[in-house]
Design a protein around this ligand. Structure first.
Ligand code: F6P
Length: 500
């Protein structure tokens, strides 16, 4: 405990050297802080991590038993202590305890057999895949299909999460009920929105006289018994382990629409890319460990420099859903006020993750990044190879803009007119993929998972529970069942006006 406190004291006392000066006083800075792994370059050199700060953060990692906790994650130990579970997402990539890896492989062969069956039209002709799920049961598959499936012509895939009927309505207008496969994705198979949406899809099929709509349903769940109770035939259930957290589940059967839409080889490459990042995270030394260094950056800006948010801008249209995916991963994992042992955390925890795509965001929110009063560490993500038929000039303009923004944030520019002056010294990280393919996307997403874990270890948080989402759900249920009497005047008045 005192070792951790000593490390924090040293971090806080370390003077913040301006970024441009850091490049002068640390001439090897670029080579030390720019690390290539799995076809992705991670450049942390435009952050305020100095050699001294990295040393203190390493001491903090040691004092937080980082290596022991990381090994416990991969060994399949109970790391989710409040729920008494392991966190088995690395096992889905072949990187966990042998028993968990074998179980994950078993589940994967069921997925593969299901894909073969669908392709052989065993469930009837399928052209449209309607994936219904929410949170971790939607954001990951949606991201994968959107990022990698733009040219895929195997199936048309729609991911619907919102209970707002407008979301399904939009899909009903373009999908054919006779050619639709309903994929119900829910770890618990109890989530209100998902079950309501799934029922509405079945009604839509019934209205079109689809013969035996339940035979067109596949369930992705960690609770197969509930899925059977709900009406899904057990031969069409693709299970995954209860120890795979919802927001860490795209590697499991929750990734089924991606495996079906992109093809099994692509899905395997995604897993292989993630496994390569797992190996890096397990074995790289602290000063070259990419997720750990990223966590040092996060900890520094949010807990020392006072940044309330961190912004992620993908200079790649295919990654437009990445910020939403990261919001759940980072904020649901580390948006906590207590440590794993129940004691209060001293200081802020997860920053608010937000972002968008470049270059669009430049014309909307970058004013605040360059001249606003708030410190916002920025992350830029881009791919060297384009993936479209348009002239090279488009991609060149895209990349130049991306790199120019990082340079401008750092360099700033004085001006006698204060309204036109840029203070500079604003930090950014750049993540540059050789190209966006399944393996690199797998490595990138595994990087984010491990960065989230490393942040949690440095703060003492359990990143694998999410009790904070329960109260609102509980109140919604009780409004339905008991009415509004016990609630405040404002809530009662709103409900009376809108729903009576
Ligand atoms: O409400 C939050 C949450 O529990 C997430 O953690 C989870 O990803 C999502 O709901 C969906 O849960 P399920 O997969 O059980 O339907």
């Amino acid at each position: 405990m005192t070792a951790a406190k000593d490390a924090w004291d040293a971090i806080v006392k370390t003077a913040k050297t301006p970024l441009s000066e850091l490049f002068t006083v640390e001439p090897d800075r670029l080579s030390r802080l720019s690390i290539d792994e799995s076809g992705i370059l991670f450049d942390f050199s435009k952050t305020h991590l100095s050699t001294a700060l990295i040393g203190h953060f390493q001491a903090l990692a040691d004092a937080s038993a980082f290596a022991v906790k990381r090994d416990a994650l991969f060994a399949g130990d109970i790391v989710n202590v409040t729920e008494g579970r392991a966190a088995e997402h690395p096992a889905e990539r072949g990187q966990g305890a042998p028993g968990s890896v074998a179980r994950a492989r078993g589940f994967q062969s069921r997925m593969r057999a299901m894909i073969d069956a669908i392709e052989a039209e065993v469930l009837g002709p399928v052209r449209h895949i309607l994936h219904v799920g929410i949170g971790g049961s939607a954001l990951g598959p949606d991201l994968l299909v959107d990022a990698l499936g733009r040219d895929a012509d195997r199936y048309e895939v729609a991911v619907v999460s919102n209970v707002d009927g407008a979301a399904l309505d939009e899909v009903f207008k373009r999908f054919d009920p006779q050619a639709t496969l309903l994929v119900v994705a829910s770890k618990t198979f109890t989530t209100t929105e998902t079950m309501m949406n799934a029922r509405s899809v079945l009604s839509w099929m019934e209205e079109d006289n689809v013969e035996d709509p339940y035979s067109r349903v596949i369930a992705l769940t960690a609770d197969p018994d509930r899925a059977v109770e709900w009406g899904v035939d057990e031969t069409r259930i693709l299970p995954f382990s209860e120890s795979v957290g919802g927001r860490y589940s795209l590697w499991s059967s929750i990734g089924f629409p991606a495996a079906l839409g992109l093809g099994w080889d692509a899905f395997e490459n995604l897993l292989a890319g993630a496994a390569a990042m797992d190996r890096h995270f397990r074995t790289a030394s602290a000063d070259r460990n990419i997720p750990l260094l990223a966590a040092f950056v996060d900890q520094y800006y949010s807990r020392v420099a006072g940044a309330e948010t961190r912004a992620v801008f993908a200079y790649d249209e295919r990654l437009r859903l990445l910020p939403s995916y990261l919001q759940q991963l980072e904020m649901e994992s580390n948006g906590k006020s207590v440590k794993a042992d129940g004691s209060a955390i001293d200081g802020p925890t997860a920053a608010i993750t937000w972002g968008g795509v470049g270059t669009d965001a430049q014309h909307a929110v970058f004013q605040l990044l360059h001249q606003g009063t708030r410190l916002v560490p920025v992350e830029f993500i881009a791919a060297i190879e384009p993936d479209h038929v348009l002239d090279d000039a488009h991609h060149r303009a895209l990349l130049i803009n991306c790199f120019a923004q990082g340079a401008a944030l750092m360099a700033g520019k004085p001006n006698d007119d204060p309204a036109r002056a840029y203070a500079g010294d604003r930090p950014s990280t750049t993540i540059l993929l050789d190209r966006l393919d399944p393996a690199r996307l797998g490595a990138l997403l595994a990087f984010y998972e491990h960065r989230t874990f490393a942040n949690a270890v440095l703060m003492g948080i359990n990143p694998f529970d999410q009790f904070g989402v329960e109260l609102g759900k509980e109140i919604a249920r009780s409004i339905e069942s008991e009415g509004t009497e016990r609630f405040d005047a404002s809530t009662r008045a709103l409900i009376a006006r809108a729903l009576s």
